[in-house]
Design a protein around this ligand. Structure first.
Ligand code: MGD
Ligand code: MGD
Ligand code: MO
Length: 780
């Protein structure tokens, strides 16, 4: 039996020994329905979640099956739904009672928990309050401000969080380009941009190659750095089915995440009553943060050793595939042979024996899938790590056949789709000729800014306007202590949001909150009720219809807001009939189909196909659109995923920033993280007992973390409680976004610029007694 440890007046710790899913999940769902006051309506709406003709979940991007379960949603998807259809409201009266400075003392949870925004608002400097404004006035002033930046349109940045639909994202890209800039950073820039850079070089596609069918046919699953029980719980159904078929699941993660250990399907009555969990991972390797490249090279080394011992006819390497389909084998195997086991063990924190056992399972599997998440992408050399995973797949021909492939698990529900329809800072990624011909827009030639680059230009003062289509960038980006004060010096900030967040409070001289409809709401336009669409993690497109009345009569849809901004900010700069598009979204889909016919031909006709329709991907059929015309083995330049940030000094630990089970990115549903057994506070740092002792700390000590780099900037987070945790020595973990002030802006993936949020070198220092605990960061 686990013992509950009380570490402060608010923080309690009790190792969670239950499975993911199960009764814990049912109880947690019941709680969130009650909290948002949506018991009955909420549960009816939930039945249409992720179903053809229903709405696509606003939480994660995991695939939606053609033959859905009765409840095709998970605990966290249900939380996201109830959070959006809550009965709580943030009205003009709410803002009249509070100055913005006052609201700044609220934490992330309190701000969003206040409810849905109801009216467009403008900040009034004389009283430091947001006051109501008409939509017409808002659009015309924002238009004037943006036009005033001409002829230097690159001083404006158009950010998208990955939730906007294909229709909204497509229009937003056209708006920015008609205005004159490729400054279209998005949440991918902090997330799977690493995959978008790595995979095209390796296999000629920017996205994963797996579909749901592959789970039914696979013989082995490798799982790196993704917390399935929290971040994409619906995938547990596929993993459970595979595990029951005896498919080995080989997991690499510094933390023993519950969802990767055990699962009880909360929708299977028999399983619930018997309380019989399915074991998910058959091998669990607690790799050190940033140790995956070393671990994979170790497995590759063990495979080559097996091949050398193999009898004729019992080859471990798929020679036919390697010869016909790949390039770079000799260089790759020489690099593998050069790796020393001692270095592999030291970098990965795993033993040679353990890696040989992983290789043995792989060598016996006919088909293997490789699934991964932020644990691989958010490192300095994440691109190389992802490419090394692909190398491992290529050794045994595991791309382009059933049951095999690469499966990056995407984050936001349409983050992958936004890229597909033109949200990118790279002009070469969009069909400029077609955009000119169809819409009369000259796609600017210059490269736009990524999220990290946009922050740098906000800090140096050259960016003057930030338009956010969703998201909470002030919280989700690195380097809060430099970004926040610089953000306040912007001329214009526009937040298109459903809920109040800190990005609307840290504002520019001219600042607007434009409240929009959520995806779960009816979207009424001139031709009737509209639907939208999105692309899931497996490259599959789905339609989505609203299910409940709008939170307020004053909300506009994202397409409508974007159209009005385009008319006000870039008048006469395109031939797009913006109003016609808004009147009937099927016209936007026709325009998407005309722009990207290979992917979206007959878009409207195919929109409601059960299970959606897949985009064509060459790599699925072993057609390689790479520079060599083959799938490329690529040699990593280092065995460390973070060579620059490795802890060199005994006092330094590598901090991993994590999501809890009670949050969706910067949206904090609660202060509890059930699966990690942490209750009441997010202000914690998880450490190995030996590190706690070595650094002369104790469990429950209040500590300050400071970043161990020497660049003249002080980066600190104070008031965290030490929690003893099962994590490799030398690593520590804390929550995102509370720990983001510790992440230097320049500490990012070298090629992709994804912030290296999974390995921040930090020092841990005990604070004197006497300071009271706070639940979340009183944001400084
Ligand atoms: N409920 C919920 N669902 C979400 C989100 C959410 O916040 N809440 N966010 C959405 C978004 S935008 C995204 S991108 C995804 C994120 O989903 P995930 O990819 O699961 O992201 P994280 O939770 O940040 O961390 C992933 C895992 O990586 C492990 N890890 C850390 N460092 C390393 C390492 O060096 N190597 C290895 N092998 N593992 C490592 C951590 O222990 C953790 O289990 O989820 C999406 N879904
Ligand atoms: N240290 C650290 N930092 C990280 C990460 C990490 O693991 N560690 N993860 C990174 C990752 S993977 C990501 S994706 C980013 C996420 O970064 P962001 O893009 O900033 O995303 P969210 O926090 O999901 O944005 C939440 C806000 O979106 C608004 N919103 C919700 N629904 C809608 C809608 O339908 N329309 C509109 N217009 N607005 C809506 C709400 O007002 C809400 O406050 O953070 C990154 N930052
Ligand atoms: Mo993400």
């Amino acid at each position: 039996m686990a013992i509950r440890r009380k570490l402060s007046s608010i923080l309690q710790v009790e190792p969670y020994e239950g499975p993911s899913g199960g009764w814990g999940s049912v109880r947690s769902l019941a709680k969130s329905l009650t909290r948002e006051h949506v018991p009955l309506r909420g549960s009816r709406v939930l039945l249409s979640q992720n179903k053809t003709g229903g709405f696509m979940c606003v939480s994660c991007a995991w695939a939606k099956p053609a033959d859905p379960r009765v409840f095709e949603f998970c605990e966290n998807g249900a939380k996201a739904t109830t959070w959006e259809i809550t009965h709580k409201r943030v009205t003009p009266e709410f803002f009249a009672e509070r100055t913005v400075t006052e609201l700044e003392s609220w934490d992330d949870h309190e701000l969003e928990a206040a409810g849905r925004l109801t009216h467009p608002m403008r900040w009034d400097a004389t009283i430091d309050k947001y006051v109501p404004v008409s939509w017409e006035e808002a659009f015309s002033e924002i238009g004037r401000e943006l036009q005033a930046l001409q002829p230097e349109p690159d001083r404006a940045v158009f950010y998208t969080s990955g939730r906007a639909s294909l229709e909204a994202a497509f229009m937003y890209g056209l708006l920015a380009r008609a205005y004159g800039t490729n400054n279209l950073p998005d949440s991918s820039n902090m997330c799977h941009e690493t995959s978008s850079v790595a995979l095209p070089e390796s296999i000629g596609v920017p996205v994963g190659t797996c579909t749901l069918d592959d789970f039914e046919k696979t013989d082995c699953i490798f799982f790196f750095g993704q917390n399935v029980g929290t971040s994409s719980p619906r995938m547990l159904h596929q993993l459970q089915e595979a595990a029951r078929r005896g498919v080995p699941i080989v997991t690499f993660n510094p933390l023993r995440e519950r969802g990767l250990e055990q699962f009880v399907n909360p929708q299977a009555p028999g399983e619930m009553l018997a309380d019989m969990p399915t074991r998910i991972s058959s091998q669990y390797h607690q790799v050190k943060s940033g140790g995956d490249t070393a671990a994979i090279m170790g497995i590759a080394k063990a495979l080559l050793a097996r091949e050398a011992r193999a009898d004729r006819g019992a080859h471990v390497i798929d020679w036919a595939f390697v010869r016909e389909h790949t390039h770079g084998w000799d260089d790759f195997t020489s690099a593998v042979n050069r790796c020393e086991w001692s270095e592999i063990e030291q970098r990965s924190g795993l033993s040679r024996d353990a890696l040989e056992v992983a290789a043995a399972v792989y060598a016996q599997a006919k088909s293997a899938m490789f699934i991964y998440g932020m644990g691989l992408t958010q490192h300095e050399r994440g691109v190389e790590t992802v490419q090394t995973v692909v190398d491992l797949a290529l050794m045994r021909g595991n791309i382009g056949r059933p049951g095999a492939g690469i499966c990056p698990v995407r984050g936001h529900s349409n983050v992958q789709g936004q890229r597909t329809v033109g949200i990118t800072e790279k002009p070469e990624m969009v069909p400029a000729d077609r955009i000119k011909e169809l819409f009369g827009i000259d796609v600017p030639k210059g490269k736009g800014l990524t999220t990290v680059e946009a922050c740098a230009k906000i800090i140096d003062g050259s960016v003057r306007a930030m338009i956010l289509l969703g998201g909470n960038l002030v919280r989700s980006v690195p380097e809060h202590r430099l970004v926040e004060p610089a953000w306040r010096k912007l001329r214009l900030t526009v937040n298109i949001l459903t809920k109040l967040n800190r990005s609307a409070l840290v504002h520019g001289e001219v600042s607007y909150i434009l409240p929009c409809l959520g995806r779960i709401e009816f979207d009424e336009q001139a031709s009737g009720r509209q639907a939208v669409s999105m692309e899931d993690s497996t490259g599959c497109m789905h339609g989505s219809r609203g299910q409940v009345p709008a939170a307020s009569a004053h909300l506009l849809s994202e397409p409508k807001i974007i159209a009005e901004l385009a008319k006000a900010a870039a008048p006469g700069r395109s031939t797009i009939p913006w109003d016609d598009w808004v009147a009937d979204y099927s016209r936007i889909r026709d325009a998407i189909a005309a722009t990207y016919p290979d992917i979206f031909h007959d878009f409207n006709a195919r929109l409601w196909q059960p299970g959606g329709f897949h985009r064509p991907l060459g790599a699925r059929h072993r057609q390689w659109k790479t520079a060599t015309g083959k799938a490329n083995f690529i040699v990593p330049s280092s065995l460390a995923s973070d060579p620059g940030a490795e802890a060199r000094d005994q006092d330094v630990v590598q901090l991993i920033t994590l999501r809890s089970n009670g949050q969706f990115n910067t949206t904090i549903y609660s202060y509890d993280d059930r699966f990690r057994g942490i209750y009441g506070s997010r202000r914690v740092v998880l450490m190995h007992r030996n590190d706690i002792n070595r650094l002369a700390l104790a469990e429950g000590s209040m500590v300050t973390l400071s970043t161990a780099v020497d660049d003249g900037v002080t980066r600190e987070v104070q008031g965290l409680r030490v929690v003893a945790y099962n994590i490799p020595e030398g690593c520590a973990a804390g929550y995102y976004p509370e720990c983001n002030p510790l992440l230097p802006l320049w500490h990012h993936e070298k090629k992709a610029k994804t912030p290296a949020a999974k390995s921040i070198p930090v020092r841990v220092r005990a604070e004197g007694p006497g300071r009271p605990d706070a639940r979340s960061v009183r944001q400084s």
